[in-house]
Design a protein around this ligand. Structure first.
Ligand SMILES: [Zn+2]
Length: 554
């Protein structure tokens, strides 16, 4: 019997994944779950379904818990993380879970006698790349990692991924996942200001929970059957659904609202949405895994929404209520404490400027749809003039069309040909220096010394810097967020940062700046909730107050 550990086992990807893996009988899935009534219910359901699963009740933030969970496993699928919108409301917990949890898992793996043989599949995110607008909507692994101000999720996943890449394990991969469509996503997101933080023209390449589960299960099954070559490992991959799943955020909203027979233009105003500082891109290289594992077969963006329409036929009852939904749910949400339009009208100014740009950027935004240029309606977002969206979206000749970002060296060459001169030139493009005097040609994983433009010395493997897009761990991996200043010294960042920022901007977001939202949330709740019953309910709903034996130990 082969035992694998799955962290974050109660998440949306793992729900369809666990039956795929644990039904076959040859693989025993140890499921790392937080001890709660909901998770115990979930586990009993898997057991009743006859799946080959065993529970591990623990907390990723607790090192001992991780150590016991990893014992005896030959593969760890680490997808346990705090994700949006929770990361926006509980930034400290996000850092502890996403970075601390990953560190604990790696330490636990290394404590095993045969640690070099243990495989690790880590799930990263497209949010690590930060915001892209129509000037560079295409991205690939190796591009700069610029998760913007307040974006704790992407920022924490950058740091955690660095730990994985530099772990010394012989078989790890990081899967940077695109946003994922799942059945309850509409209801789940309709209660959070997060829906207004994505700019309408953001280019998104979707996958679905079923496709992602299919991919991961195929990777695990192939590896345990000894079918994956060593070259598959020690690499970062972008995971997206390919051409049929490439859309803009506006098109996504439109597909969702079509379920109740309406459109974004009825429900929203364009200025309610941020105009920068989120994340999302179309992936140049998502075809690598699609070709190898054929995991998108039968489900793209359109298939997903068609199936959802059949499944959620009762959503049509929303149609007569749409006026009410607009005035009583969506408008208050757009001006709630966690939405960009609220920050623009009531402060804090720092947040407003991060999401809309400085000065009068928000005031000058069109208030009506006919004035707002949408990419998917063939209009250039910057000028409003005609732009052929289908041609813009085509993935032909992307390099010739100027959509490839520079990596500071000839990135078309294979690993075996990478030598010291490539490292020197890549470091220069990042405003720093490679301090190594020699390098074994083609050795991508031995750590070498570097320093950044600020003089921070650090060691990092050529793979981490050249192939995965990481740089100085002190000044270039938020938080604090200081990309306006960094872009002045790091051409690697400047090539994309100035697509949506002015060179005169000088914003600095210190450590802990994302915590302001927690205070704003408490204020907003207290306004709403009166009486001790309400306050008590709010207290227990807050995960940071949950009784947890493991956290008490720390
Ligand atoms: Zn530095």
């Amino acid at each position: 019997m082969r035992t694998i550990l799955i962290t974050g086992a109660s998440g949306s990807i793992t729900a369809p994944l666990i039956p795929l893996l644990a039904r076959a009988g040859k693989i025993r899935c140890r499921l790392f779950l937080r001890d709660s009534a909901k998770n115990r219910d979930l586990f009993s359901r898997w057991q009743r379904d006859g799946l080959n699963v065993e529970p591990f009740w623990g907390n990723l933030c607790d090192a001992d818990s991780c150590l016991n969970a990893v014992a005896g496993c030959e593969l760890v699928l680490h997808c346990g993380a705090l994700i949006p919108p929770a990361t926006l409301h509980y930034p400290d917990l996000a850092w502890q879970t996403n970075v601390g949890g990953t560190r604990n898992i790696l330490t636990a793996i290394k404590a095993q006698s045969d640690w070099k043989k243990i495989r690790l599949i880590y799930t990263g995110t497209v949010a690590q790349y930060g915001y892209r607008n129509h000037l560079h909507p295409w991205g690939r692994v190796g591009d700069p990692l610029l998760p913007g101000p307040y974006e704790v999720y992407g920022s924490s996943k950058v740091r955690a991924e660095r730990l994985v890449i530099e772990s010394g394990l012989e078989r790890w991969i990081s899967l940077r996942l695109s946003p994922i469509l799942y059945d309850s996503m509409i209801l789940r997101n309709m209660g959070d200001g997060l829906i207004f933080q994505t700019p309408l023209n953001t280019c998104l390449e979707w996958t679905t929970t079923r496709c992602t589960a299919d991919l991961i299960s195929k990777i695990i099954t192939a590896e345990l059957a000894g079918e994956l070559p060593p070259e598959f490992w020690r690499r970062v991959y972008n995971v997206g659904g390919g051409a049929p799943s490439r859309t803009t955020y506006y098109e996504t909203l439109a597909a969702g609202l079509r379920l109740i027979g309406s459109s974004p233009k009825y429900f929203f105003r364009p200025h309610w949405f941020a105009t920068r500082n989120f994340s999302g891109l179309w992936m140049i290289d998502s075809d690598i895994l699609i070709k190898q594992f054929d995991f998108t077969a039968g489900e793209c963006f359109t298939d997903f929404f068609n199936a959802l329409r059949k499944k959620l036929w009762y959503y049509k009852v929303g149609y007569p209520l749409k006026r009410l939904i607009r005035s009583r749910i969506l408008r208050p949400l757009a001006f709630g404490y966690d939405a960009p339009a609220h920050w623009a009208e009531n402060g804090p100014t720092e947040r407003a400027e991060a999401f809309y740009g400085p000065g009068k950027a928000y005031a000058e935004l069109p208030r009506f749809w006919h004035q707002f240029p949408l990419l998917c309606e063939n209009r250039d977002p910057a000028t409003g003039v005609f732009l052929d969206y289908n041609q813009f979206k085509s993935d032909d000749n992307l390099r010739a069309r100027g959509y490839y970002l520079g990596h500071g060296y000839d990135d078309t060459r294979p690993d075996a040909e990478i030598e010291l001169s490539d490292l020197i030139s890549a470091a220069k493009f990042r405003g720093g220096v490679c301090l190594a005097e020699t390098m074994t040609k083609g050795d991508m994983y031995t750590e070498l010394p570097w320093h950044c433009h600020q003089g921070h010395e650090f060691s990092a493997s050529p793979y981490l810097i050249l192939r995965a897009g990481h740089w100085c761990p002190v000044c270039c991996q938020p938080e604090p967020w200081n990309f306006d200043e960094l872009a002045r010294h790091v051409p690697f960042f400047a090539q994309v940062w100035y697509d949506s920022h002015h060179p005169d901007e000088r914003n600095f977001y210190p450590q802990g700046s994302a915590r302001d939202i927690t205070a704003a949330r408490t204020g907003a709740r207290q306004k709403k909730i009166t009486g001790w019953v309400g306050r008590l309910a709010a207290y227990f709903k807050d995960p940071s107050n949950r009784k947890n034996k493991n956290r008490k130990k720390e």
